[in-house]
Design a protein around this ligand. Structure first.
Ligand code: FES
Length: 181
């Protein structure tokens, strides 16, 4: 059976259509909503977004694999992304990665057995001046230290947003609801 958007996403996309003079401009929101509705961007959910935006599956796949906020692999309910590009490496990103791996019992690229948390290494998060940078779902954390990892993991396990982060511009406005606190 062909994938569909949830009712909520369908409504959001229909109202967005009126705001975009070019239909293809709706592609990134369509991909984000497909990912939200179906857990990750599979070939089928990318096709769903492509149809919505009136572009080919190849164009949609190119966009889906370019941005680090779009995920083509299986991801957990929450996503911890650690910048491992040079500024953050020099400021201690490796120690942050090690601490998260130790606390979660997984390595970079894996998801906890309960499907709750995935750990990813990503390229520059544009916080180089205050590295190391970490993104937890739609929150940025700058000058992040290994000592902060435990509080982040505890918060996510308790269904709360970790304290101290700044919202990502254009992040999901429904993120409070997503955590299900
Ligand atoms: S190098 Fe890590 S935020 Fe730029």
């Amino acid at each position: 059976m062909a994938l569909e958007y949830s009712q909520e996403s369908r409504k959001a996309l229909d109202s967005m259509r009126a705001e975009y003079p070019e239909l293809r401009s709706i592609l990134i929101p369509a991909l984000k909503l497909a990912m939200k509705d179906h857990g990750s961007l599979t070939k089928e959910s990318i096709e769903l977004a492509a149809d919505e935006a009136g572009v080919s599956g190849a164009v949609a796949a190119g966009v889906a694999t370019f941005y680090h906020n779009l995920h083509t692999g299986t991801i957990g309910k929450h996503l911890i992304m650690i910048c491992t590009t040079i500024s953050c490496q020099l400021a201690g990103a490796t120690d942050v990665v090690s601490r998260f791996e130790e606390l979660l019992g997984i390595t970079i690229g894996e998801t906890t057995d309960d499907g709750l948390i995935s750990l990813l290494a990503v390229e520059c998060l544009a916080c180089c001046g205050n590295s190391p940078a970490v993104q937890v779902d739609y929150d940025y954390f700058e000058s992040f230290q290994p000592e902060q990892c435990e509080a982040v993991v505890e918060s996510l396990r308790a269904g709360r947003h970790p304290e101290g982060g700044a919202g990502v511009p254009g992040g999901d406005p429904d993120r409070e609801a997503e955590v299900g606190a």
